[in-house]
Every structure is written in C-alpha cells, then in structure tokens.
Design a protein around this ligand. Structure first.
Ligand code: ASP
Ligand code: MG
Length: 416
C-alpha cells in the first residue's frame, strides 16, 4: 500500500479537489491510503473561532457560518444539486460545531482547541471522499479519531504507537482505497486531539510506518524539495535525492517543505518518502531515502525571519560556565523555546530564538533576574548546508552581520 498526503493548498477550492482526482488517476488499480488536511486556510479560521469561543467573545458562530459558506460553495461547484449525502454529512459536522460553540468551553484551552479545530479535516475529507467516489474513484472514508491513538497532551499530542498499530491493522484492509484526516487523533476517552500545526505530513508518516507502506508521497505546489525556498531565494534547483539524515538536518534548520517529525518513523522501516508536484504528477520530484546525502550536491539555503538575538552576560564579569548555562537553558526549557544558534565568549553567551510576542518578553524578564541582558529583535538567521564560498558570500550580503558560525557542513549567519 502507498500513503498519499494532500495538504491544505492542494484542496483549497473546487478545482484543486478535481485535481486530486486527476493525480489519483495516474495510479490506476493501486491500493492507496489518502491523508488530507483541512481545506486552504480553514485551520487558521477555526483557530480564530476557538479564541473567540474560549474568551467568551461574540462572533464565533458568525465566523463558523462563514467557514460553512466557503465549504458549501465548494460543494455546490463539485456536486449536482441532488447529491444529498455529502450536503447532509457536512451539515451534520457544522451543526456539531455550532452546538459546541453554543455551550461552555472546556477549562483547558488546548482541549477546547482540539475539539473544534479537528473539524477542519473531518469536513474536508467528507467532501473529498464523496467527490472521488462520485467521479469513479471508489474509496472508504475513515475517522482518524478511531485510528490514531494519542496521549492527552492536547494540541501537541504524542502518538501511542502500539495502540495505533492495532487499530490501523484492524481497520485497513488490502485491496481497498481510503481517505482519512491528517493532523487529528483521539485520546483514550475518545476526545479529539491534534498533533501540532502542519501535522498532516506526520500522520502520513505514522500510517506509513504502521502499515509498512511501500512509499509515502507528499503532494505539493512545488516540484519537490528545492535547495532553497523559491519565494526567498533566486535560482533554486530541485534536489533529486536526499538521505533521511540530511532531510532531518534540513528540517531542523527550518526547511519548511518537510515537517521535522515526518522522517524518523519512515527511516526506521526504510520507507521511501517522495515529495511531488500535484500540478505535474508525472514529474519525478524528490526521493528521500537511505543513501548519499544529496543529489545533486548543492548548497542548501534556509532563512528564518523574525528571530531574536539575546546576549546574556555575567554581572561581575565572571566567566560564563556550566552553572550559568544550565540556568539559562532551564529558562528556555521551561517556556518550550528551541535555541536556533548559540555562541559563547568569556563573559557572555548569545542565543538566537524564534520571536514569540507572548513568551519573548517573559524570557527576557526571567534572564534579567540573574544576568545583564541585551537583545536585537527582527534579525534574520540564514543557514547553509553544504556551503561553498559563493553561498556564504550570498547570505553575508543580506545585511549587517551580527554573528557567524561555521562547522564542517553548515554555515550560519545572523544579519539585520
Ligand atoms: N490543517 C492543519 C494545519 O493547517 C494540519 C496540516 O495542514 O498539516 O496545521
Ligand atoms: Mg497545511
């Protein structure tokens, strides 16, 4: 069996949904498990609904109505007026959402979030599964809340692998084709959970792993994995092949085509991951598997905007030693902050982190209790894997250099 994942951009409107059918027609007779995200920007819109609902503000139901209209418009374009089944299914899901939003929110924001946001995928898969069936691509709709079992770490739920494996093996049978939601699962009490934003790739990987899939394919609006985001860098080129290890490195530095958690489960079972273009399904795309790091070997550019560079110094000009560092990292750990780059001098230590309007000021306050702290906001972090001189010069020229770091395979520079 193959696992295909279609993200929000690939199902954003009626034409995109038709295109999914077109892509699938390139694989006649193959057993495929299709993992689908919420349509377009639905998840962002549902996040707003949760915020309004949770904070007792007006407008949640109105916003839900807008989201519903958007989906109904797509349904009207895709189906004949007398196709009652899909209308009915989607109406039911939206009325469940209405009922939730007319009640009292769960005290736990993250739990309330999962309860509501998970509907984006339930709705999109109802539409896509029905459309595929009506256009001759027979498939069964599956409920990921009955397949992916997680803990109760709402919004960032962790998969219970053994339980999930049992559920999947009891449900998914050979010689069938299925459509299932990405991003969502449920806890032991069957409360919906989500796996973290952009988590549908991870769902595809989890299902690919437990099924021992032949391959997992992520369908994208780009030709595959390029050596830089074409919206940011000129003259990017397609990477034909990447090793699992290199893919994990690229994701770690912030390459956004690959969700960081996706690779590891596949690597464990040596399942190839392909990133292909849904616009051009015959093109080969990028293959991620065991093998040489990169083919072709090219410098890979990654840019992270909206970074904060924090420099922490001892008040008495004492050397920065392990004791200070562990205090500093404890603060980062406490607020779930990942350090993107760090560097020490004798009496100071610098850290580059993603700016977050809520946590950054809190962290600065915490650090200021024990240290002198200075910081620069809105700096950019460039990372170049497999750099050469030209690649380094290219990113150095993007602004005034605040900090540079170089290792055998990676060059990083912070500019402002
Ligand atoms: N719909 C979810 C999100 O937008 C999951 C995904 O698209 O991967 O984050
Ligand atoms: Mg998405």
């Amino acid at each position: 069996m193959k696992v295909f994942k279609f993200g929000g951009a690939s199902v954003k409107d009626a034409d995109s949904v038709r295109n999914v059918a077109n892509v699938l027609n390139h694989f006649p007779g193959e057993e495929i498990l299709i993992v689908v995200s919420a349509m377009g920007k639905t998840t962002n819109a549902l996040e707003k609904v949760v915020q309004l609902f949770f904070n007792g503000k007006e407008g949640a139901l109105e916003l839900l109505q807008e989201i519903k209209e958007d989906h109904l418009n797509i349904i009207r374009e895709l189906f004949a007026a007398d196709e009652h089944r899909v209308h009915n299914d989607v109406e039911i899901l939206f009325s469940q959402l209405d009922i939730i939003c007319q009640g009292k929110p769960d005290e736990n924001f993250n739990k309330a979030y999962d309860q509501i946001v998970s509907y984006g995928e339930l709705i999109s898969t109802k539409i896509i599964s029905s459309y595929l069936n009506s256009s001759g691509y027979q498939n069964k709709w599956l409920d990921a809340r009955r397949l992916i079992r997680t803990d109760q770490n709402y919004r960032f739920a962790r998969v219970d692998w053994n339980f999930t494996e049992r559920l999947v093996k009891d449900t998914i049978l050979p010689d069938n084709r299925y459509v299932v939601q990405g991003f969502i699962g449920s806890d032991d009490d069957l409360n919906p959970t989500t796996l973290g934003r952009e988590g549908s790739d991870y769902t595809a990987s989890v299902l690919g792993y437990v099924l021992g899939a032949e391959e997992v394919v992520i369908w994208k609006d780009v030709p595959g994995v390029l050596n830089g985001d074409p919206k940011v860098f000129d003259g990017t080129a397609l990477l034909n092949q990447i090793s699992y290890r290199e893919a994990i490195e690229l994701a770690y530095y912030g390459a956004s085509v690959i969700h960081p958690k996706t690779i590891q489960p596949l690597q464990k079972k040596n399942i190839p991951l392909r990133v292909k273009s849904f616009v051009n399904p015959d093109a080969v795309g990028t293959l991620i598997r065991e093998g040489s790091d990169l083919d072709p070997v090219l410098p890979c550019f990654i840019k992270k905007d909206n970074q904060v560079l924090i420099t922490v110094s001892t008040r008495d000009l004492a050397f920065i030693v392990e004791e200070h560092l562990s205090k500093i990292y404890k603060v980062f750990h406490q607020y779930g902050i990942r350090v993107n780059l760090s560097q020490n001098t004798a009496v100071s230590s610098s850290f580059c982190i993603n700016h977050d309007p809520i946590t950054t000021p809190v962290i600065l306050d915490e650090l200021q209790k024990d240290f002198d702290v200075s910081y620069n906001e809105d700096v950019k972090l460039y990372s170049v894997r497999h750099y050469d001189d030209e690649a380094r010069t290219r990113v150095q020229r993007t602004g005034k250099i605040m900090l540079e770091q170089i290792s055998r395979n990676t060059y990083q520079v912070i500019t402002v």
